[in-house]
Write a protein that binds this ligand. Sequence first.
Ligand code: HEC
Length: 100
Amino acid sequence: MKPSSLLLALTLLLTSGTVAASAALAKKNNCIGCHHMTDKKVGPTWKAIAEKNKGTPDAEKMLAEVIVKGGKDKYGKVPMPPQAKAKADAAKIAKWILTL
Ligand code: HEC
């Protein structure tokens, strides 16, 4: 294997590891009762959230704040309830969403 392809393989491995870890955080914090990757449930899909917020300045910080404090009126009539217990993981989850 060429060194460059080895590097690529390593990068892919590391990135997929992070994605899996963050999906696990979303599961651990019970976000998945309302959010799914591609099926709209009570809340918008992870993909829809990514699309809406990509390119917004400070999107990561803003999303982390919405996760902890809740949000409303951006996707429909149902508000997002505050998830204070997810505080420690909010930044990681927000970062993950923006990579989708
Ligand atoms: C009871 C259902 C419910 C749960 C549980 C829930 N959400 Fe939400 N979430 C919503 C709804 C509904 C919205 C849309 C709010 C709106 O229209 O602004 C939303 C919006 C969001 C947004 C988009 C914010 C924005 O301003 O673009 C993010 C990010 C998010 N949720 C993350 C999470 C995470 C992470 C968790 C778990 C820690 C979680 N949600 C748990 C219902 C839920």
